[in-house]
Design a protein around this ligand. Structure first.
Ligand SMILES: [Zn+2]
Length: 195
């Protein structure tokens, strides 16, 4: 565990240690309990993340351990920290990932812990487990357990314009109501036409 000074709780270095899981629990707890949050906390966090990934495009938001929404040439796209791009962030990135499904009891038990007798496992024929992987680096990006045939869950479609304008006080230069629209169904409709 790295040593950190409690003198400057909200330093960029502490935020970097927190992102890397190396910040001491005591300091993390103090940060969490601060009654007045620093206004530039988000920007420091984004700076730390931007320095950790290998690409130059402006990061707009972190979606998960590996995925980010970035601005690139007038677009807002989902990008993995390995550099792989999933396209327009308004389309569920899962549609452009590698998918492994587990449908049989045997397949599902491989990833379930040994449960007490009365605790049921997911039932074969009713549900399936889907694992989503990055085509670029094969990192596991998400897992969902859903009824058979259920659409891939769209975990987050952030209203970036409102977030930057109303919460951060720094509106994005390309604000437009069309950014906050789920385009997933539209994307799938093209698949149907083309097939
Ligand atoms: Zn990747």
């Amino acid at each position: 565990m790295a040593e950190v000074s409690s003198g400057d709780l909200t330093s960029k270095e502490n935020i970097r240690l927190m992102v890397e899981g190396k910040l001491s629990p005591e300091i993390a707890d103090k940060l969490r309990r601060m009654s007045i949050k620093e206004e530039d906390r988000f920007w420091k966090y984004m700076e730390v993340l931007q320095e950790k990934v290998g690409f130059q495009e402006q990061m707009l938001l972190r979606l998960s351990d590996h995925l980010y929404i970035v601005a690139r040439d007038g677009e807002r796209i989902v990008k993995c920290d390995c550099g792989h791009e999933f396209g327009d962030y308004r389309i569920n990135w899962k549609l452009n990932s590698l998918v492994r499904t587990r449908k049989t009891s045997e397949e599902m038990k491989e990833v379930y812990p040994v449960l007490p007798k009365k605790m049921p496992y997911p039932e074969e024929g009713l549900v399936e487990i889907r694992e989503f992987y990055c085509p670029g680096c094969l990192a596991q990006l998400a897992v969902e357990l859903v009824p058979l045939g259920y659409p891939a869950t769209f975990e987050i479609l952030p209203d970036l314009d409102s977030f930057y304008r109303e919460w951060l006080g720094q509106p994005l230069p390309d604000e437009c109501p069309e950014w906050f629209q789920d385009r997933t169904a539209e994307e799938i409709s093209h698949w149907i036409v083309e097939s």
